[in-house]
Ligand binder design. Sequence first.
Ligand code: NAP
Ligand code: F7E
Length: 324
Amino acid sequence: MSNNKNALITGVTGQDGAYLSKLLLEKGYSVHGVLARRSTDTLWRLRELGIENEVKLVDGDLTDLSSLIRAMEISKADEVYNLGAQSFVGTSWQQPILTAQVDGVGVINVLEAVRIVNPKAHFYQASTSEMFGLIQADMQDETTPFYPRSPYGVAKLMGHWATVNYRESFGLHASSGILFNHESPLRGIEFVTRKVTDAVARIKLGRQKELRLGNIDSKRDWGFAGDYVEAMWLMTQQPEADDYVVATGLTTTVRDMVEIAFGHVGLNTGDHLVIDPQFFRPAEVDVLLGNPAKAIARLGWKPRTSLQQLITMMVDADLRRLQG
Ligand code: NAP
Ligand code: F7E
């Protein structure tokens, strides 16, 4: 049933865009999504969630302010979720300027569109634990200083501070969610969890022999994307906009995550894993561990999915996909 609220989502075809669309549709929102021009079909995630025909698509791009103004006018958005980004850290060294334009300047474009068309709209910015980079505290929270380690982290920091600045300068209800890594069966294949679960499924089915990875000693605080989009929505519902860390409070090495995936299908990691220097990064974020206490206390949010549940869910989904 309709709740008479309109939402606009950039990055609607991405992992989080798909889960957030589903959540908002279930809550009765009319959902518009900004669709960037591509020569290939990017709607597979919305299709997998069965909402391809329910999300209304508006052509646009984060680097094109006029298209974002049009999207604001067409959607009559009360809530704007800026999830669009060049989100792969590895690529950000190959395309640093594009990453800065989309993930940094692009945020200012969306904030300007909100300010010009409907400054009362509530705004959510998809910020990231990559801003902590070379960590300045063992457990990172909203007070931890930032030290980004990639062009992606640098660009996202611009977007984060632009969000804070528009809140303080123009009184926009603009919140920044500092989300730690979150994964799902809809994760892009280039990210390490999905690369692993897809490979493990292929190896189990005899279609692949090796899994080639880079630095397996790095540690991440991994949660489930389906849980994390709830935190985004909760932030936009608060009387005051603010910044929140969203994380599980647990950290695990890539190596142990890989063990979970192989273990789930009864295979031995050592028989298949190959370390390949091409997947090492020019500068690494060695460890991330978030403290979600503020989100738990103020938003009433909590992570509901363990890493074991998450990785086994992803392996099972990849097995199903490969078996048709
Ligand atoms: P994703 O799957 O890579 O999705 C990115 C989305 O951005 C896609 O819909 C993509 O469209 C769109 N996009 C890229 N360039 C664009 C442009 N120039 N104009 C308009 N749209 C553009 O990312 P995700 O995992 O869902 O993450 C969502 C957001 O959260 C991103 O901003 C990401 O940086 C941030 N974040 C993610 C994580 C995480 O662990 N997943 C953690 C912290 C923050 P196409 O499909 O057409 O390419
Ligand atoms: O790498 C290591 C890699 O690419 C995780 C994005 O959603 O989360 C994500 O960024 C770790 C790194 O995610 C491979 O070096 C080893 O230490 O899955 P990832 P990420 O870089 O943490 C943050 C929060 C975001 O905001 C980003 O948008 O795994 N690793 N071997 C590898 N990583 C990849 N991708 N491929 C490998 O072969």
